[in-house]
Design a protein around this ligand. Sequence first.
Ligand SMILES: Cc1cc2nc3c(=O)[nH]c(=O)nc-3n(C[C@H](O)[C@H](O)[C@H](O)COP(=O)(O)OP(=O)(O)OC[C@H]3O[C@@H](n4cnc5c(N)ncnc54)[C@H](O)[C@@H]3O)c2cc1C
Ligand code: SF4
Length: 558
Amino acid sequence: MSVFRRTLEARQPAEGGRRWVFVPYDQLSADIGPLSREDPKRLGILLVENRWQLARRPYHRQKLAYLLANLRHFALEQAARGAAVRYVEADAPYRKLVKPLLSELGPMRAMVPAERELRLDLEPLVRSGALELIPHEGWLTTQEQFLAARRKGAPWRMDVFYKHVRRETRVMMRNGRPEGGKFSFDPENREPWRGAPKPPQPPRFPVDAIKEEVGQLIESEYAEHPGRLDVEALPATREDAEKLWRWAKRGCLPHFGPFEDAMSSHSSGLFHTRLSALINLHRLLPARVVAETARMSIGLPSKEGFVRQVLGWREFIRHVHLASDGLRRLPEGDPPVAKRAGDGGYASWAGKAWPTRRSPRVLDGGAMPGVLGDDMALPPAYWGRRSGLACLDRVVSDVWGEGWSHHITRLVVLSGIATMLDVSPRELTDWFWAAYIDAYDWVVEPNVLGMGRFAVGDYMSTKPYVTGAAYINRMSDFCEGCVFSPRRDCPLTALYWAFLARHERVLKDNARMKLAMASMRRRSAAQRRRDAGVFRMVGDLLTAGHIVSPDSLHAATT
Ligand SMILES: Cc1cc2nc3c(=O)[nH]c(=O)nc-3n(C[C@H](O)[C@H](O)[C@H](O)COP(=O)(O)OP(=O)(O)OC[C@H]3O[C@@H](n4cnc5c(N)ncnc54)[C@H](O)[C@@H]3O)c2cc1C
Ligand code: SF4
């Protein structure tokens, strides 16, 4: 018997005479919902460790470890406070494995799952009346607030939603006015980082027997999954979560704002808090994070900048997913939907297919919007094959090393390059979903399809986030270690112009792209031919898994 099972059994009270709650893998908090109100001695909690779900995509090993270690520690914490915990290890869709437990233990309640996939999977049990869904108390805003913040027929805009929500929640408001006189300090928060102040080292956490066992399980049962497992980097207990939050408040938040957009090869995170994975599992509650930040005595651009991420962006993203049924319902018409879960390009990188799992028919592979009409396969460079582009190689190496990278690297480097190469938006989304420890459908789909890849046009963002070398060079030190020169021959600059030229029809009326489009049109015919040549060459080389070098580009474009 595993150490986890033995410890759980030793703490386990008798199961009889209890009202049961099904707690999904990402609702691991006893400070919200029935767990926060009901006497633990009368409470039964069903937790499911589901191999079927964990092996559905080629998830990063660190992500699997995050889920399993937090789930197991949560089970032990709940048993220790007197709740009966039924911890099921299984390998089947939730509808199949929860059904007999409902018959055995009686009707259950569950807070509405955040993930669309889980909501659909559980639907027959909800319809039968055996499982009652109750509101999810982890969110900070309601769908009504989201809908009320938009002018009828207008696209979704985060800044409009955020102002509305600041007023409604009164977070960082004084006498009806935003602290500091304006709602957003974003324009102040665009400094590059040139070595000072020193960014904090991400904390390490004690490895207890539970985490060690999870680590061994990943190495043996999930050995085919990609990515580096680093158990010491894994917060899984309540104490670990507190430690990470204290570290974020002390080391990150005071400098969060000004360096929010900066990137560095010396520090993968700079002053970003690395809280997303724990917040998405509700090991740290967003309400607490926002309230404590709002009370901190730090510079307003940092304080507001961080509050905007959690109260603004995170909630906005979730509402867009909900309102559009996972981007399946769009004003321009409903996009096609993938039949089954994608592997994010795993097969072409690994040379073997990711084993498909039998799933209920309602679980498709997600929406496939693409206003730019793109279809290139995701290059193996995203799985760790060297590309020769120092910025891309640096960030990809961070991702497979940590299961994480910060916002601007996701937006400008990973998504920006994929966008300029016309990579399939769905495949890129599936890659992010597999590679990041904080990725779940409700958050990864709008962020990648909508923000990163501009696949739904201006439905939720004003413009595509594409950039040539000048921006990356200004905001990072990546170019210092690159064989290309950002001023002379960086292929990203040519890719940028080629992207604007290829997609002129879609982008020509975009107000925020007017200047860029005008500059593109001023390029000579020879320059435009070269831009298109670089686009073709870089695409061909990366698709074939080859390195892009100044020589190969030179040969292709002269
Ligand atoms: C292409 C792309 C893909 C992304 N995929 C995910 C994902 O799968 N899961 C995920 O949680 N975030 C995702 N994000 C949003 C954001 O990049 C991460 O939340 C953030 O980088 C996590 O690191 P952090 O905790 O250090 O964040 P910080 O920079 O310290 O920000 C604080 C918190 O704000 C919240 N937040 C900020 N922006 C967003 C956002 N756009 N959406 C949701 N929450 C946000 C997170 O909870 C985060 O922990 C994505 C962004 C892009 C551009
Ligand atoms: S020169 Fe170009 S490819 Fe190289 S790191 Fe800079 S932006 Fe990236």
